[in-house]
Design a binder for this molecule. Sequence first.
Ligand code: GUN
Ligand code: ZN
Length: 432
Amino acid sequence: MTQTLLRGRILTFHREPEAPDDTGAFDYIEDGALLIEGGRIAASGAFAEVQERAQDAQIVDHRPHLLMAGFIDAHIHFPQLQIMASWGSQLLDWLNGYTFPAEADFADAQHARAMARRFCDMLAAHGTTTAVAFCSSHRASAEALFAEAQSRDMRMIAGKTMMDRNAPEAVLDTPQSAYDDSKALIAEWHGTGRLSYAITPRFAITSTPEQLEIAGALVGEHPGCFVQTHLSENHDEIAYTAELYPDARDYLDVYEARGLLGPRTLLGHAIHLRPREIDAIAATGAHPVFCPTSNLFLGSGLFDDAGLRASKIHSGIATDVGAGTSFSMLQTLNEGYKILQLQNQTLHTLRAFHWITRGNAEMLGMADRIGTLAAGTEADIVVLDSRATPAMALRMERAETLAEELFALQMMGDDRAVVQTYIAGRAQKADG
Ligand code: GUN
Ligand code: ZN
């Protein structure tokens, strides 16, 4: 079997760093190497030692760049890649004005296939090797994304969005068609290669109670699938949800009462939560997902990271493209840092890089496969250049520690800092 040996500075996490000086949480090797064989990391460590295990490996010398586990984006909308940066409104108007019309185009399988290619290219260009994605309500859009990811051996968790009211006809399904299409997609793709299915009711406003009941039935029939939806992103959204579900104790209860909450449930945004909702999220093991660039762009609010952590809730972090304004998980950390600053909370850089790699992987129950550079795991790797732009190079002239370098990458980096991305051991950039 052909072997590839990547040489460079290696950074990988064993657990979440508790403080900026928690060096026991990670391995950093100045002259490190990863031996890749059959899409997996066969060995990881000091170059001199790993080289001994390599027979006739092709050596790719990435020095002086940093090698880390590929980034994981825990909430992103595949059919929204062309409506990023659409001006001027908060959530509900933004959905009606820009999002639903763009998603209507994904009924066309040819358009969906072309966009799936561009979407996966964008992820790889930004160092993201795993995504949890909403497709449109059309089965063809999910077919296109799964097929594209499969052709690249890319780890992808995705689902056809379920939505049967309060949107234009062109993006609506019905409870029955949502059930049938989700079932067919699960049968075809869930567990195929590196693909997983997420049962995907969009949010309370666009699903009738009948459809959410059916989503709950799907969860019961397919406990290995993920569930993804949105929760408490915006005050008007919360008020409208209360009108539509007058019997619910609160927004979360709309989902909770229908069996949609569990350790595989991802709740996009989860900004404006009541104490009961926080307790119920903790009790069910569900996961809020922090979407910093989106929350600022739509003026949605400030995610209470410290409050949720105090309740032992494990949150994810994500771009939420296309309300998110960047595919970059580095830029996501940049804006996330500022959101916590506004609340007198802290996001130190080691925790930040842990979050977009092993942290999100753990949330997905996949830390044995992705999110680290440990031997035996899948060879999803990003190569980062901390001096990628003139401004970054200037900053780096005064950086003396690894933490300083990482923080500069987090605050100033984007796809220009991504020299190469490996997905299942395969280089994605021709000039990397
Ligand atoms: N809530 C329901 N759908 C969406 C969406 O597409 N984007 C965001 N940000 N919030 C939502
Ligand atoms: Zn979203």
